[in-house]
Design a protein around this ligand. Sequence first.
Ligand SMILES: [Ca+2]
Ligand SMILES: [Ca+2]
Length: 260
Amino acid sequence: MNPALPEEHRPEAEADATATDTGIHSEDISVLGSVNIERNRPVEGSSDTIIYTPTEEPKKVPVLTDCTPQFQINSATNPFLAGMPSNTSITYPSSTDRAPRNAPVQVMPTDAQCLQAGQALYFKVDGRITFDAMAGQESNADGLSTKVVKHTLGSVNKIAMTTAPINSLIGIFLDNEVPSQKPNLAPSLDFGTPEKRNFKTLTPALGQIFFIGDGKDSSGTMQAFVVPQGATRLYVAIMDEYEWNNNVGRLTVTTSWLKP
Ligand SMILES: [Ca+2]
Ligand SMILES: [Ca+2]
């Protein structure tokens, strides 16, 4: 007689156990699904604070093309020597500034159209300078707003003086003539207050020293400087009241334009 198979080895019992297990899993999926739906539902009445975060106003920066390579400007550059021959000197009570050592830097565009009359120029400026190492009053290219000065000798070489913060970056447009031989002196410009330095567009005349600063207004927008009729040269220098030769530091400048 053959012995009977043990109860636990019956195939039907294994199949029943699998069926029961599958039933439990189905219930779990159902519960988890409802939880997921609950968590992903948008929260009513608070969608603004969740979706939108405060952002800064975008700066109005024109799309500019460089019209010079980046160049350096030494702080010992006296604007009243712009366009003057070598060995021209300006004597102050304590010392003498002399070209070319203290001459301004001529801006040399890679595209001559940058310097056409009516063209707006822009300046990207970095670096820090001081008008006197002993004074220890360093600033960026906007200069020291607490120390607004004029040249102690006034206008020199038919280059019109200006009023501006010491240490600030300044510019001057010239034609091909030696400025001291020009028949007339242009009127002086005044950048003595924050409002007067906060222009959008500046239209200087030939032979007028004008304020550039860091090239941006109080909102960070780049300021436009329009090339005057007859200009063939642009120089940049640093604002001081006398004796440029003891200045310390340098600025890095790039001149740009809106290429037509
Ligand atoms: Ca000085
Ligand atoms: Ca500025």
